[in-house]
Structure formats: structure tokens, C-alpha cells
Design a binder for this molecule. Structure first.
Ligand code: BDR
Ligand code: CA
Length: 330
């Protein structure tokens, strides 16, 4: 029996890869996709999710959600994900003004199917709002996989903070303390899932005659240019795809039990993870079989255009980058 999963997401380039992966995994059945502000505004993120769904053949309903964090201003990551949220891809469809129905949809799905798995790939505004409106769903929820936070590796937003938690720290903190069966997938593991620059080049070549390959090349090339400019890394990190892979097969990661808080301060600590005896209890993915995840991505999403083994070097590239970052931090 496949695992039914509700995906909350802010597409977003790596969100696009994650959705495509979810659509190809026989272990998963997507019951709904709810959309959050984050990498781009919620109207664009919703339009992007519809486009990705049409490419990936996803029939599940797509429900627009929160346009802004619980208490802060939205700060879309246009330098990372591009003006439309999908790198160099410019969708034909203009964004439209969307009505927020995500929290209600999450509540209805969880009440309709006890122990539903949820996988959050963006700021946690929608899930926090759903639980605040309907606290009974906290008990009814199944495992909640969350891509967010950074423990022992550099953050993406500040040296200490990862983007999703930085965007809406109040929502992240609320979710951390909601007594859920939480499975946190932080940058410590997602930074190991790198699509090498050479594979993006091969997708661009295939894209000369294949529209879908061009879509992926246009999206990923933008993200890779960002990594090159800001981090001197040749390739792109597809954080959210790992969270989806772990929903399908949690044994791909090594999990540690922790109690964690989220910093609600401003500046460099905003959204940072803090270990604390009063923190919310969560299982945290602290190691991952990155080569296997990359092989899975290659097989399921990119096999039509890439030679076998094209993504294999990504794990070692990421390992080297992380080792270097650790040396520089000492
Ligand atoms: C997270 O932030 C976004 O840029 C990505 O989509 C991912 O969810 C990584 O820090
Ligand atoms: Ca995301």
C-alpha cells in the first residue's frame, strides 16, 4: 500500500524536483498539495505548482495558502529561485490572485484520513495555522517530515539559519512544540544531495530538442549559478527532493532524537536551531546515503536525458564542499 502524503511547498526550483520525484515513486500517493509563500510569492508558487503538476502528471488538488508569515513580512528568495520562482523558466501563464485555503484543506485531509503523512518543503505557515485553528489534528497527524533548519553546517540565509525557518520562525517554533511525530530534514543532510554542474550541462544539451529537458535545465542552471556565485559550488543542491525521498524510504537516513527550539530573534540568529531541554522533541536526519538518493533521482526524474551515473559525482562534490566549509569555520 503506498503512503498517502500531503505536500506543503513553495515552488521553488528544488520543490519542483521534489514534486516530480514524489509523482514517480510507487511508494507514495499524493493526496493534496498546499502552497506557501517562501521562495516566491504565493500566487507565483501556486501557478508554478500547477505547471509542475502538468509536467509530472500529478492529478492531486493544488490549494493556495498563506501569502505571508505568521507575524513577519514575506521575503521571497528571488536571487536563489529567480523572478518567477523557477529560475530561467518563464511560465506562459501569468500568476493570478489566489485565495488562501491551505489550512482548511490540511484540517479536512487530516480529519478525513487519520495518521496522514505530511511533508513540508517551505516555511511552516500553513501547517502552524491549521494546528492553531484545529488543535485536534495534532494527534490525528501521522509523521510530519519537515525540510528546515541547520545544525552543524552553514545556513543558507545567515551563517546559522536555513531559509524556511528564517522565513517564518514563529511558525517553525509553533510546529516544533505541537507534539507531532516530527522528522526534521535539515541542511546537514540536504546539502549532500547535489546535482553536478556537468549533469545540468547535459540536460541543457538534451533541451535543444526536448521541451521537458529544457525546463529542468533552465530551472537548475539558475540555481547552479547562484551556488557558484555565492558558494563557489559547481552544481545545485536539491534540498526538498531529499525530504520526499525520506518519506518513501526513511531508512536512507540515520535519525537522532533531539529537543529543538527555533530562535525568534532578529539578525543572524533569526530562525536558527537551538538545542534545549524544553525544546520540541523531534527525530533529526543527521546522516544520509546520498549516492543512493542521487541514483533514485536520476532513475525516476532524469533518466530520459542523462547517461547512467551522471549524478553520481554530486555526493562527493557536496562532501568536499562541506569539509571545506567546516575547515573555514574553525
Ligand atoms: C529550502 O529553502 C528553499 O530555498 C528551498 O526550496 C528549500 O526548501 C532550503 O534552505
Ligand atoms: Ca522549498
Amino acid at each position: 500500500m503506498p503512503t498517502s502524503v500531503l505536500i506543503d511547498t513553495d515552488p521553488g526550483i528544488d520543490d519542483a524536483v521534489a514534486l516530480a520525484l514524489a509523482s514517480r515513486l510507487p511508494e507514495l500517493r499524493i493526496v493534496a498539495i498546499t502552497i506557501a509563500h517562501g521562495n516566491t510569492d504565493v500566487d507565483r508558487a501556486t501557478r508554478n505548482a500547477r505547471l509542475i503538476a502538468s509536467i509530472a502528471g500529478i492529478a492531486a488538488p493544488i490549494i493556495p495558502g498563506a501569502a505571508a508569515p505568521l507575524v513577519r513580512e514575506p521575503r521571497p528568495a528571488r536571487e536563489t529561485h529567480g523572478p518567477e520562482g523557477l529560475g530561467h523558466v518563464i511560465p506562459a501563464q501569468e500568476p493570478e490572485h489566489e485565495i488562501d485555503g491551505a489550512a482548511e484543506a490540511i484540517i479536512a485531509q487530516v480529519r478525513g484520513q487519520r495518521k496522514l503523512t505530511v511533508c513540508c518543503l517551505g516555511p511552516l505557515t500553513n501547517l502552524a495555522t491549521a494546528i492553531a485553528f484545529a488543535p485536534d489534528i495534532a494527534d490525528a497527524l501521522g509523521p510530519v517530515f519537515v525540510m528546515g533548519g541547520a545544525l552543524n553546517v552553514p545556513g543558507t540565509q545567515t551563517a546559522r539559519s536555513e531559509f524556511n525557518w528564517w522565513s517564518d520562525p514563529e511558525a517553525a517554533d509553533f510546529v516544533m512544540h505541537a507534539h507531532l511525530d516530527l522528522r526534521l530534514v535539515p541542511l546537514d543532510v540536504t546539502r549532500r544531495i547535489a546535482i553536478p554542474g556537468s549533469a545540468i550541462g547535459a540536460l541543457a544539451k538534451a533541451g535543444e530538442s526536448d521541451q521537458q529537458a529544457r525546463f529542468w535545465a533552465d530551472a537548475l542552471r539558475f540555481y547552479a549559478d547562484f551556488h557558484q556565485e555565492y558558494e563557489r559550488f559547481d552544481g545545485c543542491i536539491v534540498n526538498d527532493a531529499l525530504a520526499i525521498a525520506l518519506v518513501a524510504d526513511p531508512s536512507l537516513a540515520g535519525w537522532e532524537e533531539m529537543r529543538l527550539d527555533v530562535s525568534l530573534s532578529d539578525g543572524a540568529e533569526r530562525g536558527a536551531v537551538r538545542r534545549s531541554p524544553e525544546g520540541g522533541r523531534t527525530a533529526v536526519a543527521m546522516s544520509v546515503r546520498a549516492s543512493e538518493v542521487l541514483a533514485l533521482l536520476e532513475r525516476t526524474v532524469f533518466a530520459r536525458w542523462l547517461e547512467p551515473g551522471s549524478l553520481a559525482g554530486g555526493a562527493a562534490d557536496a562532501e568536499r564542499w562541506l569539509a571545506n566549509a567546516a575547515r573555514e569555520r574553525k
